[in-house]
Write a protein that binds this ligand. Structure first.
Ligand SMILES: Nc1nc2c(ncn2[C@@H]2O[C@H](COP(=O)(O)OP(=O)(O)OP(=O)(O)O)[C@@H](O)[C@H]2O)c(=O)[nH]1
Ligand SMILES: [Mg+2]
Length: 199
């Protein structure tokens, strides 16, 4: 089994040029506001309140970096990585110009941050074909490198019944269904992130 330990907040940055170089592989959490990015980081790291979450969309407004250690239980190997909690997109309660600035910062970061090895695209399991999620997939396809992976994570799976979950699996065979609230799918996700980073 893969475990994640010793997660710590490192720093926040406003845009790509302010981001420090940690010399470690990074995992970027992205998706619409309120989809559950910050909550998923907390579930993976088993630390409530590490990344700030809120029922009000638009909680995360900066690029937040966390360090964490992956432990491969069998091999007893430890590897350092960095988790990046990003502001969500589609948050309407700020002015047009602020929204445009966020969008620019986010796309610049996604394109330009060379340390990213895994993009975790979080999609609300109850709303799995929203236009802005499809736009994001197309946008990422334009610049993804061969050494980078995109994982599609369907969040808030606790809100779906069995047939709802089966529908997602039928539509997307690589779908990873998780619930930060009920801690389901979290171990599988740890394995997938580990594989994306180190294999
Ligand atoms: N039922 C359920 N609620 C969840 C789950 N994950 C997150 N939530 C709730 O969804 C809301 C948003 O969670 P956040 O983690 O703050 O979402 P975010 O994507 O970081 O949002 P922004 O920072 O605004 O982009 C909070 O009220 C969480 O408690 C889940 O697995 N199940
Ligand atoms: Mg957040």
């Amino acid at each position: 089994m893969i475990n994640i330990i010793n997660a710590k907040f490192i720093t926040s940055s406003q845009n790509l040029s302010q981001c420090p170089d940690f010399g470690l592989s990074e995992v970027a959490f992205l998706g619409r506001s309120n989809v559950g990015k910050s909550s998923l980081i907390n579930a993976l790291c088993n630390q409530h309140g590490l990344a700030k979450s809120s029922s009000t969309p638009g909680k995360t407004q900066l690029i937040n970096f966390f360090s964490a250690e992956f432990i491969d239980d069998e091999k007893k190997e430890r590897s350092q990585a960095v988790f990046v909690d990003l502001p969500g997109f589609g948050y309407a309660k700020v002015s047009k110009s602020v929204q445009q600035q966020w969008r620019k910062n986010l796309s610049e970061f996604l394109r330009g941050r060379i340390h990213i090895r895994a993009f975790l695209h979080l999609i609300d399991a109850r709303h799995d074909s929203l236009e802005n999620d499809e736009n994001l997939s197309e946008f990422m396809a334009e610049f993804i490198r061969p050494d980078q992976k995109i994982l599609r994570i369907y969040t808030k799976a606790d809100k779906l019944n069995q047939s709802g979950k089966a529908k997602i699996k039928a539509k997307d065979k690589n779908a990873i269904l998780v619930s930060a609230a009920k801690k389901t799918g979290i171990n599988e996700l740890k394995e997938q992130i580990f594989n994306a980073l180190y294999s």
